[in-house]
Design a protein around this ligand. Structure first.
Ligand code: ADP
Length: 309
């Protein structure tokens, strides 16, 4: 499929560039989708709810070819996102159904996640409880273990990329910055990620980075879920955030009641040296996980603190 994507000889009609058609057709698989409402907008994609011929709801991530042509890096980036996301088959990773194009757009048909992301949930609730954090963290780490075993580093784990399914399970999405290593010793040197979540070695280690960057970002996620703001956030510029990451400057607000086990786990995951950072199994064996972990969460938890009594 990906070899067809962005065929330079395809006709290009500028009048199509604003909105994708209501009827979206994948010529090769003969699937047809009816476009419904806009779900969200990212860097250069718009995401719509779509319905297939059997009446199943899916999400369509739509990228206009016009926006792709703005930088020579955009096409290879999208092709890499498709190639890697297509490989992923895990209950906590957004399922990739198919990718195709017409003259004006590239479409990625994905599993539909109706409950938005952990970013919206955390914003509304301000902070989550420790049992909820354990519930989400187990799922995130399980998906990370799967990605890393497939030699994939996500490199952009953050609340906005943790979608929520109808039954409140985490689904990791957006493989736009992911990379697949050729062998375990390979080091990546591209500086990428989202400022608040970037591991120090991505910014400051000229020898490169590897799987440990995802553990760092999950540490930032745990801190943010429990304290309501990312650990290195500042009112200043991106450079100020990078300086705080370099100097390992973060603290635990004393007015927020978080257990010493949770703080210790965050410190462990935010270890400055990637080689000293815990593995996924070491994280799961941490005393923080001795506390109660629910096996499911009601959708009411999006708005109201659940009562686990
Ligand atoms: P970009 O790669 O351009 O950042 P994203 O993949 O992050 O685009 O998608 C943009 C927004 O669309 C997300 O923040 C989310 O609100 C929504 N979205 C993305 N994928 C899905 C999905 N599978 N189900 C429901 N909403 C989604």
């Amino acid at each position: 499929m990906t070899d067809r994507i962005m065929n330079p000889t395809a006709t290009f009609h500028p009048r199509h560039t604003n909105e994708p058609p209501i009827q979206i057709k994948a010529r090769k698989t003969r699937q047809e989708y009816t476009r419904r409402g806009l779900l969200g907008e990212g860097g250069f994609a718009k995401c719509y709810a779509v319905v297939d011929l059997k009446g199943n709801l899916c999400a369509a991530k739509v990228v206009s070819k016009e926006s792709l042509s703005k930088s020579p890096k955009n096409k290879p980036k999208l092709l890499s996102e498709i190639k890697i996301h297509k490989l992923m088959e895990h209950p906590n990773i957004v399922r990739f159904h198919e990718a195709f194009e017409d003259d004006a757009f590239v479409y990625l048909i994905l599993e539909y996640c109706p409950n938005k992301t952990l970013l919206e949930m955390n914003k509304f609730r301000k902070r989550l409880t420790e049992p909820e954090v354990r519930y989400f963290l187990c799922q995130i780490l399980d998906a990370c273990r799967y990605m890393h075993r497939t030699c994939v580093i996500h490199r952009d784990l953050k609340l906005a990329n943790l979608l929520l399914s109808e039954d409140m399970k985490v689904k990791i999405g957006d493989f736009g910055l992911a990379t697949q290593l050729q062998d375990a010793s390979e080091r990546k040197k591209t500086i990428c990620g989202t400022p608040n979540y970037i591991a120090p070695e991505v910014l400051f280690d000229k020898t490169g980075h590897s799987y440990e960057v995802d553990i760092w970002s999950v540490g930032v996620i745990v801190y943010t879920l429990l304290f309501g703001k990312p650990p290195f956030q500042t009112k200043g510029s991106v450079e100020d955030i990078y300086r705080k990451i370099k100097e390992h400057k973060y603290d635990f607000p004393s007015n927020i009641n978080v257990s010493s086990e949770a703080k210790d786990l965050i410190n462990y995951m935010l270890t400055q040296q990637p080689e000293d950072r815990p593995t996924i199994d070491q994280v799961l064996n941490h005393p923080f996980f001795k506390g109660f972990t629910p096996t499911q969460l009601p959708t009411s938890a999006l708005r109201i603190k659940p009562d686990f009594e």
